[in-house]
Design a binder for this molecule. Structure first.
Ligand code: 4NP
Length: 144
């Protein structure tokens, strides 16, 4: 699960998908394209909306996406088109590129929509993001 800062959207996506899969069979992680928040906990507003839905994401720490992730993961879900562009720019080959998917295409196929960045807004934005990611992760978990 990839976003820009790895403190708002992708930590929620990681927590939500983990709650829907068998961790013995599927490994889920998240990362940011940016470096600003490396080592930080998720944003308090993400922690709060997760808690409202009985998910604890406080153990997560932000890290930056790296080329190694193309080798370590089968699927890379990005939150928006800007994340997609950034990750595509470091893809080494077609196999890397084929792993990248816009997460909202799970629920709005081929629409290439962005999960809105909630960083500069209020808590309603985080609830909205939660809802979109929950539905998208249902679809991913059903397929895995
Ligand atoms: P995220 O949100 O990409 O969902 O983690 C953001 C977090 C931090 C910043 C931007 C977006 N920032 O500019 O620091």
């Amino acid at each position: 699960m990839v976003c820009l800062g790895n403190i708002c959207r992708s930590p929620l996506a990681e927590g939500i998908l983990k709650s829907k899969i068998d961790s013995n069979n599927v490994y889920v992680d998240s990362a940011g394209t940016g470096h600003w928040h490396i080592g930080k906990k998720p944003d308090p507003r993400s922690i709060e909306v997760a808690k409202k839905h009985q998910l604890d994401i406080t153990d997560q720490r932000a890290r930056q996406f790296s080329k190694q992730d193309f080798d370590d993961f089968d699927y890379i879900f990005v939150m928006d088109n800007s994340n997609k562009k950034d990750i595509l720019s470091i893809a080494r080959n077609d196999s890397d590129k084929e792993k990248i998917h816009l997460i909202l295409n799970e629920i709005f196929p081929n629409e290439n929509m962005d999960v809105p960045d909630p960083y500069y807004g209020g808590s309603e934005g985080f609830q909205n993001v939660y809802r979109m990611l929950d539905l998208s992760c249902d679809s991913i978990a059903n397929r895995l």
